[in-house]
Design a binder for this molecule. Structure first.
Ligand SMILES: [Zn+2]
Length: 106
């Protein structure tokens, strides 16, 4: 028998996406509670270019991902009434599966 530990996050618990500069390690939080139509494309500290906003690029995907998360958070948060379901994000387990074995003793 295998026991698996599942971990979930409520949409209300999502605060934002953190970007860390690979050159100077500055971190930037792309918060979901702030309307940011234009995401930064370079490090605000060392000005290293991070990505472009070309269609299909990471910058474009990040913009869509952040926007989608924000919309889902607004629609699925615990403060939203009238939903007939709940939804959470499942995390990869931090704990390995536990396999229990049973032995027959004679
Ligand atoms: Zn930097």
């Amino acid at each position: 028998m295998t026991y698996t530990t599942k971990q979930y996050i409520d949409f209300d618990d999502l605060a934002g996406i953190v970007v860390t500069c690979g050159k100077c390690q500055t971190t930037l939080s792309l918060r979901l509670d702030i309307d940011q139509s234009q995401l930064p494309i370079s490090c605000p500290s060392c000005m290293e270019a991070w990505y472009t906003m070309q269609p299909g690029s990471i910058g474009s995907d990040l913009t869509l991902f952040r926007s989608g998360l924000k919309q889902l958070k607004d629609k699925l948060g615990v403060k939203v009434n009238g939903l007939k379901f709940t939804m959470q994000i499942e995390l990869k387990s931090a704990f390995p599966d536990v396999v229990a074995s049973s032995r027959n003793h004679a």
